[in-house]
Design a binder for this molecule. Structure first.
Ligand SMILES: [Ca+2]
Ligand SMILES: [Ca+2]
Length: 648
């Protein structure tokens, strides 16, 4: 009800503006949470690369102002998603506090560049009880390929004419089982092209074990020697993002976009880490929009989480690791964003010619979701050969719908829809539903777009994954979300963030509602709302009464700063006020006319914010007129009235 009221009031306010009428109605509702619309990306407890900031812009001119203020330089530009990387001397924290003083039009967000890791594999120990055929390197000895029905799948497709980007370390492209399997790749840091079969790591030692192992599972040659990839008819595009350390989210975004622009139809990502990057999400959305399938490893830390990126972004096929007994491995991460499981234990594949390996040949057994992921990427390549125009949604559904149910019955956090079955997937029909976009717009009650609000979509049926995003200048877009019934949870913004409009955890609001998605695209407007009740007890009464004053701290120098007043009777010792209808950042104080009463008055009580009690107190000194309503946690820490109360 309140939302409707505020929309109406906002509309009326515009009318009053045109009438040049400074009414109290306009006065009380012209408040804003902030004049500065820059959203600062969170990095609490996350590892970041210092001296680097990523800036998402609408207007490139504004980027120059940030660059000048930080005395920095632009080190990477990604015009497709309107992002630049700026490097500067100093820490990200220092840069944030400098930037907070800027009022900039045309900047969508500023965020750190997170550190991410290769998902470390562990060399596997050959265990004949589960891999009894393995007695050497042989194309017939690959238990994973046998398990998922590779030979039957190859009757239908081998990945011909499909390009799979291996976003990983460089690759030993002259490995005898990989040579000839490449198209031109791209170094996103230097901008250099990597020629097909160029041993890119040879010039500067970069460490190419991981990418070489992944590449072999996707497209090692079927030549009767060594191993064979599930999509041996496909071509590999090398996008090295570990050189040897992680090159940063901006370079990775550049690499992803280059790959998509140059023909990659599938991107295989066996890496990840914490930290929600808006830049990375924009690059992945770009891939999905351009019909490229994005596959990512769920991680090897055996935790149950959905803050591992890129695997937890909506639309990504997140891959868990299973073993030869169709159990999920003990290292594989669990998550409510897992799509499928694939063989990821004791996986035999190519390693660089320079690396010591089994049987004296450049092959080795590794464990990891890193090894499971290329099985799924290769399967996506087989499906892309069969259905060149299929959307990433259709490819994902064919893989999920044909997976063999393992672990708990039905969809589960360990294996998602189950272990992939390549033979079944290539024989299934293309789903008619191609996927659609879900756009959410999130505002405060007075129409201010809210950034860094967490939006969760929890599937009611429990027969599939959930989706998590944060808003970016009031917007959150999700692609490839399944139709069905969901519980939508909006919460935040997070009070710990540097730019947060709130200073207390109690002020973070939550909106929970049911939502149903059909096959059509969806556009939904959401308003965050909060409740605020104030109960105060005075130690003595006021002669001539007093007033509770509400002032908007963002308008202290304008004529409209007094938002509301509530009178207090002269006999009153206990008073209650409900401020829930307000929206903005306020300071609250009790005001009296000093000519009528000059003795000291103190008060204490409770502010109940969104149902959470916060003890408050205040003091009107002898002969003074004002006593601020202070959060007891801040008393003595900061000047009274300095930390605002925020209401949505
Ligand atoms: Ca071979
Ligand atoms: Ca299951």
């Amino acid at each position: 009800m309140k939302n409707l009221k505020y929309i109406l009031i906002a509309f009326l306010s515009v009318l009053f503006l045109f009438a040049s009428c400074q009414s109290s109605l306009l006065n009380s509702n012209s408040n804003n949470l902030s004049n500065n619309n820059i959203s600062f990306g969170e990095f609490n407890n996350e590892q970041i690369i210092e001296g680097r900031l990523l800036v998402g812009y609408e207007n490139k001119e504004a980027v120059n102002k940030i660059k000048e203020l930080l005395k920095g330089e632009i080190y990477v530009e990604i015009p497709e998603i309107k992002v630049v990387g700026i490097k500067f001397n100093g820490t990200v924290k220092e840069a944030y506090s400098k930037l907070k003083s800027l009022k900039l039009e045309g900047i969508k967000y500023v965020e750190p560049s997170f550190k991410r890791d290769l998902i470390d594999p562990t060399p596997g120990i050959i265990d004949d009880t589960i891999t009894k055929n393995i007695d050497g390197v042989s194309e017939d000895s690959l238990w994973g390929l046998n398990k998922i029905g590779a030979k039957d799948a190859w009757q239908v497709a081998t990945g011909t004419h499909v390009v799979v980007a291996v976003v990983d370390t460089p690759i030993d492209a002259q490995h005898p089982d990989l040579q000839g399997q490449f198209v031109t790749g791209f170094d996103p840091v230097t901008g250099n092209l990597i020629m097909p079969d160029e041993d890119y790591e040879n010039d500067k030692y970069l460490g190419d074990e991981h990418g070489t192992h992944v590449a072999g599972t996707i497209a090692a040659k079927k030549d009767g020697k060594g191993v064979v990839g599930l999509a041996y008819g496909a071509k590999i595009m090398s996008i090295p993002i570990f050189q040897p350390g992680y090159v940063g989210d901006a370079y990775v975004a550049r690499g992803i976009i280059w790959a998509v622009n140059h023909g990659a139809q599938v991107l295989s990502n066996s890496w990840g880490g914490g930290g929600y990057s808006k830049t990375l999400k924009a690059a992945i959305d770009y891939a999905l929009f351009n019909n490229a399938v994005f596959v990512a490893a769920a991680g090897n830390s055996h935790t149950d989480q959905h803050w591992h990126y890129p695997s937890s972004y909506p639309g990504v096929i997140a891959v868990a690791a299973s073993n030869a007994r169709d159990e999920v491995t003990d290292f594989s991460n669990h998550s409510d964003t897992i799509s499928v499981a694939a063989p990821g234990e004791k996986i035999l594949s190519t390693v660089p010619r320079s690396t010591p390996a089994v049987y004296g040949e450049p092959y080795d057994y590794w464990n990891g979701t890193s090894m499971a992921t290329p099985h799924v990427s290769a399967l996506a390549a087989l499906l892309k050969q069969l259905h060149p125009n299929a959307t990433p949604y259709q490819i994902r559904k064919m893989i999920e719908n044909t997976a063999v149910d393992i672990d708990e019955q039905g969809w589960d956090h360990a294996s998602g829809f189950g272990r992939i079955d390549a033979a079944a997937a290539v024989n299934t029909t293309l789903p008619t539903y191609i996927g659609s976009t879900r756009d959410f717009y999130v505002y405060s009650n007075d129409g201010m777009p809210l950034s860094n609000v967490f939006l969760s979509l929890i599937r009611k049926s429990g027969d599939g994954g959930n989706y998590y995003v944060t808003t970016d200048d009031g917007w959150a877009g999700l692609y490839n979300v399944d139709p069905g019934n969901y519980t939508l949870i909006l919460s935040g913004p997070d009070y710990l963030q540097l730019d947060s409009p709130i200073f207390r955890p109690e002020e973070a609001t939550t909106l929970i509602k049911d939502i149903t998605f059909t096959n059509d695209s969806t556009e939904i407007n959401l308003f965050l709302d909060s409740s605020f009740k104030l109960d105060l007890t005075f130690d003595s009464t006021f002669t001539g009464g007093a007033t509770l004053m509400v002032e908007d701290i963002n308008y202290l120098y304008s004529p409209f700063y007094v938002v509301n007043t509530y009178s207090i009777d002269e006999e009153a010792t206990n008073v209650s006020f409900d401020l829930s209808d307000l929206s903005g950042q306020f300071r609250l104080f009790v005001y009296r006319d000093v000519t009528k009463n000059a003795s000291e008055v103190s008060f204490e009580g409770t502010a109940t914010i969104n149902g959470h009690p916060v003890p408050v107190s205040g003091l009107i000194p002898y002969g003074k007129s004002k006593g601020f309503v202070e959060d007891n946690r801040f008393v003595g820490q900061v000047d009274p009235g300095l930390i605002p109360w925020t209401l949505f």
